[in-house]
Design a protein around this ligand. Sequence first.
Ligand SMILES: [Zn+2]
Length: 408
Amino acid sequence: MPASSATAGSPMEGRLLLTNVKPVSFGPNAPSSSIDILIDADGKIAEFGPSLNVQGDVRRVDGKGAWISPGWVDLHTHIWHGGTDISVRPQLCGAERGVTTIVDAGSAGEANFHGFREYIIDPARERIKAFLNLGSIGLVACNRVSELSDIKSIDIDRTVACVNENRDHIVGLKVRASHVITGSWGVTPVKVGKKLAKILKIPMMVHVGEPPALYDEVLEILGPGDIITHCFNGKVGSSIIEDDDLFELAARCAGEGIRLDIGHGGASFSFRVAEVAIQRGLLPFSISTDIHLRSLNFAVWDLGTTMSKLLSVGMPFDKVVEAVTISPASAINLPTENLLSVGTRADFTIFELADSDLTVIDSMGYEARLDKLFEPHWAVLGNEPIAASRYQPVKPETSGAIAPYSYR
Ligand SMILES: [Zn+2]
């Protein structure tokens, strides 16, 4: 790796010069060949162009011809370490993995969001956003104590108040709509969630899985801007390739602005479903990990590996990069334009598409060989460069994680 004096946790001083990086996903007006980028001490872009001649005191990161994109956004994670039994520490899936914005998908509900804010969001160097769980308790004891067993699980007034008091952090509502969580309650919690999301004017992210609720009926409730996560799951009764009517409905809804998010996770990504959907022209809107203690060392590992899996089943390179940058950014109202402009705060990921012969698995346990790998090298947060790499999985028995029984 290139030399840098970057040290985790200590604020950086002075200017930073990124050299020999090739822009991608910055829009049609961005340079398409290698450039240098000078970042001022205040973290804003001062200048960019081919072979900048920068004099004076400046720290340098040599990109060595690697790609540079807007900072990666992981739209579906679980990072409330200590507040739930499934979450990983944010450091594990953040800047050190090339991810500059981590979005937690419903680990906290209204009853405990204040702890998530104080202990996770506030100290983090990454930008952290959250979908608030519709169930008041969130994922405290995930799938052992359901957050949505009946209407007593939801406190409408407090949920609305919690969103209104935390609009700088909360970007939407999360509803997990499958029988593992909701029993026989069906699609009703999705309807209640949609009502609140409408009132609050925020999107809703719905987890689809084992029916009820049916993927089909969830799609009928959602509208433009809402998100289906686990869109390419391979579960019987919830796979979009086993039912042509569902496939056509999903494709139509995607065309109308419902966002299909990968949400890989321990049980919710199928190579086969992704491959067939992409062959038939249905691409995911966003690629996310659904990283948690039961998926981390099993199938998921990190965002770069998850991106590589989508590339391997036919998603074009530039679409893969969009699906972790401007697409998820747009879903949570972050800026998507002028990200490579003088005066904009620097938020970048520097990465390589490397040759590989790595064998990986999907959530169903099926193996695939990846011949290309997204390898993050640096996350750049303002004037701070943070060295990044893919996660090296460890065997579950030594990871401290609970055995990977089914998380859905
Ligand atoms: Zn999840």
